[in-house]
Design a protein around this ligand. Structure first.
Ligand code: CMC
Length: 427
C-alpha cells in the first residue's frame, strides 16, 4: 500500500494524492486543492495547534495516552532518580549524556556565568515593592539582551552555546534577586562551591551566616523538581521560544517571551493557582462542594487536565513521592490532605473520568515549594528556571534545522470586505 492519502474534493470531483510521512501530511500539500486555478488553495484550521506538528524535534518524547515522558530517549523516572539537573540540561542541549570531563566543563561554564552585571541590580531596584517576581524575571531577562549584544549573532554555533551557559547560569540569580528585591533584602552573590540548586537556595535564603549550607534533602528535592520541569516538547512557552527565535531575535528576548507565556495560569502559573485553590478549600470536608462547583463550570480544578496527557502525568507521580521526603525535613504541609482528597474524588468522578482529567505536574509541586518556604508568587519562577534548559535546547535545535522558516501562521479572515473611510464629522 502506498504511503499516501487520497482526497476527493466533492466541490470539484477532483482527486488528489497527498504523501503521508510518519503519520503526517505536509499542510502545504493541501494548497494544491483548489476550486479555481487562482484560488489560494485549502488550508488547515487549527486553533491552539491541537493537531498540528510545528517542527521535527529529537528532544522530548511524550506519549500522553500512555503517560510516558522521555528526554532524548531516557525515561523521566530514571533521570529523576539517578541524574542531576545540570546533567539533564546537558543531555537536552547536546543530545547525549556527558562524559565526566564534558560534565565538569559544562558545570564550570555555567557556574562561571552566574554573576549578574552590577547595573542589572539597579534596574531591578526600580520595580515596585509588590511587583510579581515573574514580571521582574521576564523584564530582566529581556533587558539582559542589551548587556550581551553579541547574542544577536544567532548564526554562529559557539556564540549560541555561550548564550546557553549565560542563560542557564543567570536564571537562578535573576530569580533570587527578584525575590530578595520584593522582600527588601540585600542581594546574595552566587557561591560557586555549591551545586546549582544549592546555590539558588543560598541566593534566596542566606541571611547573616558567613556561609549558607543547604539541607541536602531539600537541595536534592529541588534538583529533582528541576529535572521534571526541564522540558516538555511543544508547549505554549516553548512554542513562543521557537516562534520568537525563528525571526533570528537573540535568545535573551526569546527566553523572556517564553517566560511570559509560562506566566499564565493555564500554563506554568498553574502551580501558584493550585496553592491558592487549596488554601481557599482549606479542609477535607469542603472538597465535595468544591468539586461540584467545578462540575457546574464555575471554575477549573487547577493542576488537573492537560492538552497531551490523557493519563496520569508521570511527573505528578514523582512529585507526590518527593513531597513525602520533603515533609520529613520541613514537617507535613496540611494542605496535602486536601490535595489527596481532591485527587481521590476527582479520579472516581464521571466528569473527570470521561474527560480524562488527571493531576498534572503543577498539582503537587506547590505543596513542596510552600513547605520549603518559597512564597506563592515565586512558584512560577521555580518552573521558569529549569525550563530554561528546555527552551534553549529547542532553540538550538531550531537554529540548526534545515527546514527553519519564520513562524507565520495563516488566518481565516472574517472581517469586512473593502469599505471607504468616513471622515470624523460624518460618522
Ligand atoms: N477542571 C475542570 N474541567 C476541565 C479542566 C479542569 N482543570 N481541564 C479541562 N477541563 C474540561 C473542559 O471544561 C472541557 O470540558 P467540555 O468538553 O465539557 O467543554 C474538557 O475538559 C477539555 O478541556 P479543554 O479546555 O478543551 O482542554 P485543553 O487541552 O484546551 O486545556 C489545560 C488544557 C491544561 C489548559 C486545561 O486542562 C486546564 O485549564 N487545566 C487547569 C490549569 C492547569 O492545571 N494547567 C497546567 C497544565 S500542565 C503544566 C503546564 O503546561 O504548564
Amino acid at each position: 500500500m502506498p504511503d499516501t492519502l487520497t482526497v476527493i474534493d466533492n466541490r470539484t470531483g477532483e482527486q488528489y494524492e497527498i504523501p503521508v510521512e510518519r503519520d503526517m501530511i505536509r499542510a502545504a500539500e493541501l494548497r494544491k486543492i483548489k476550486v479555481k486555478p487562482d484560488d489560494f488553495g485549502l488550508m488547515a484550521y487549527d486553533p491552539g495547534f491541537a493537531n498540528t506538528a510545528s517542527c521535527k524535534s529529537a528532544i522530548t518524547d511524550l506519549d500522553g495516552d500512555q503517560g510516558i515522558l522521555r528526554y532524548r530517549g531516557y525515561p523521566i523516572e530514571q533521570l529523576a532518580q539517578r541524574s542531576t539537573y545540570l546533567e539533564v540540561a546537558y543531555l537536552l542541549v547536546h543530545g547525549e549524556l556527558p562524559t565526566k570531563p564534558q560534565l565538569q566543563s559544562w558545570i564550570n561554564n555555567i557556574t562561571h556565568h552566574t554573576l549578574l552585571h552590577e547595573k542589572t541590580k539597579k534596574l531591578m531596584e526600580a520595580f515596585h515593592y509588590d511587583a510579581h517576581p515573574m514580571g521582574m524575571l521576564v523584564s530582566t531577562i529581556g533587558a539582559l539582551s542589551t548587556f550581551y549584544p553579541d547574542s544577536r549573532n544567532t548564526q554562529d554555533y559557539e556564540t549560541r552555546l555561550l548564550q546557553v551557559y549565560r542563560l542557564i547560569g543567570l536564571m537562578p540569580t535573576v530569580a533570587s534577586y527578584a525575590y530578595r528585591n520584593s522582600m527588601g533584602l540585600p542581594y546574595v552573590y552566587p557561591d560557586p562551591a555549591l551545586s546549582y540548586t544549592g546555590n539558588f537556595l543560598n541566593m534566596m535564603y542566606r541571611m547573616a551566616e558567613p556561609r549558607y549550607q543547604p539541607d541536602p534533602v531539600l537541595e536534592r528535592a529541588l534538583d529533582v523538581l528541576f529535572i521534571l520541569h526541564a522540558d516538555h516538547e511543544q508547549n505554549c512557552s516553548t512554542n513562543a521560544m521557537r516562534s520568537i527565535g525563528s525571526s533570528m531575535a537573540d535568545p535573551f528576548v526569546a527566553t523572556a517571551g517564553a517566560a511570559a507565556a509560562l506566566y499564565g495560569p493555564l500554563h506554568g502559573g498553574a502551580n501558584e493557582a493550585v496553592l491558592r485553590m487549596l488554601r481557599s478549600i482549606a479542609s477535607i470536608d469542603k472538597v465535595p462542594g468544591y468539586i461540584e462547583r467545578v462540575k457546574n463550570g464555575e471554575m477549573r480544578l487547577m493542576g488537573f487536565g492537560h492538552r497531551v496527557y490523557k493519563n496520569y502525568d508521570p511527573r505528578a507521580k514523582i512529585i507526590k513521592e518527593t513531597a513525602h521526603q520533603v515533609f520529613e525535613v520541613t514537617g507535613r504541609n496540611p494542605l496535602i490532605d486536601v490535595a489527596l482528597e481532591l485527587e481521590r474524588i476527582a479520579l472516581e468522578d464521571e466528569y473527570f473520568v470521561s474527560r480524562k482529567l488527571y493531576p498534572n505536574v503543577d498539582f503537587y509541586s506547590g505543596l513542596i515549594y510552600e513547605a520549603m518556604e518559597f512564597p506563592t508568587n515565586v512558584f512560577t519562577v521555580l518552573f521558569a528556571i529549569p525550563r530554561t534548559a528546555g527552551w534553549l535546547a529547542q532553540w538550538m535545535e531550531l537554529m540548526a534545522d534545515p527546514e527553519l522558516r519564520i513562524a507565520r501562521p495563516r488566518q481565516d479572515y472574517t472581517g469586512y470586505e473593502k469599505r471607504d473611510f468616513v471622515v470624523l464629522e460624518a460618522r
